[in-house]
Design a protein around this ligand. Structure first.
Ligand code: G4P
Ligand code: NA
Ligand code: NA
Length: 191
């Protein structure tokens, strides 16, 4: 997606440890015009597919999923990372391994909000190690719903996530795939 790549090149910052900061438009301050174009692009990519619900994880996935959902005309459900009094007792759980924290944590969705009849599209901001999306897949699988595909805004193609998900038979589509980050510059894959 050219507009997205341009924005990453202009406003993204490459930090130590192969981290791409996009917090001035994607996951702290939000560029709503860009998010709308991202939403339309996800719709275009998955236009022929039956999707009844979009699933993401808090926090950064929510804005992306919510804006995209307007173009699919379906509800969004976000998995919660913390136990909350507002969350039903009956939940589907996914286990996520955090490489940065070196430990597992749980994500949860109330059983009310995913049914086995659902056709689920997972959306998220980054695909790096793939652990967040694997945790969301675990939730979808536990519910008996159909996982249609996963869409991510940015895939770090030099990390393992894409490979791990595709090996787990998850169809993955990234709007921008990064091959490398060299001397503070982002090199995109041309696929
Ligand atoms: P995963 O999402 O593929 O499992 O990735 P990983 O475990 O490697 O990353 C942990 C968190 O860091 C994830 O956010 C992921 O989106 C984010 N992340 C990974 N690489 C980058 C990067 O280059 N730049 C930025 N800005 N974030 C990156 P999270 O734990 O789901 O947190 P939240 O932001 O949704 O709250
Ligand atoms: Na995320
Ligand atoms: Na994130």
């Amino acid at each position: 997606m050219e507009l997205l790549k341009k924005k990453i090149m202009e406003d993204g910052r490459v930090l130590e440890g192969n981290i791409l900061k996009v917090d001035n438009f994607l996951n702290h301050q939000l560029d709503i015009g860009l998010l709308n174009e991202i939403g339309k692009e996800f719709r275009r990519v998955f236009q022929d597919r039956k999707i009844t619900k979009i699933l993401t994880a808090e926090v950064s996935g929510i804005a992306i999923a919510a804006i995209a959902a307007q173009y699919f005309d379906v509800p969004v459900v976000f998995a919660r990372k913390t136990e909350s009094k507002n969350l039903d007792q009956e939940t589907y759980e996914g286990k996520v391994y955090s490489y940065t924290k070196g430990k597992h944590y749980k994500i949860r969705v109330s059983k009310r909000y995913i049914a086995k009849e659902d056709d689920i599209l997972i959306l998220d901001d980054f695909l790096a190690n793939g652990q967040a999306i694997l945790g969301l897949k675990e939730i979808v699988d536990a519910s008996g719903a159909n996982l249609v595909a996963a869409g991510v805004v940015i895939e770090k193609g030099f990390q393992e996530g894409g490979k791990i998900l595709r090996e787990a038979n998850v169809e993955v589509h990234a709007l921008a795939t990064i091959d490398a980050m060299i001397d503070g510059k982002v090199i995109f894959s041309d696929k």
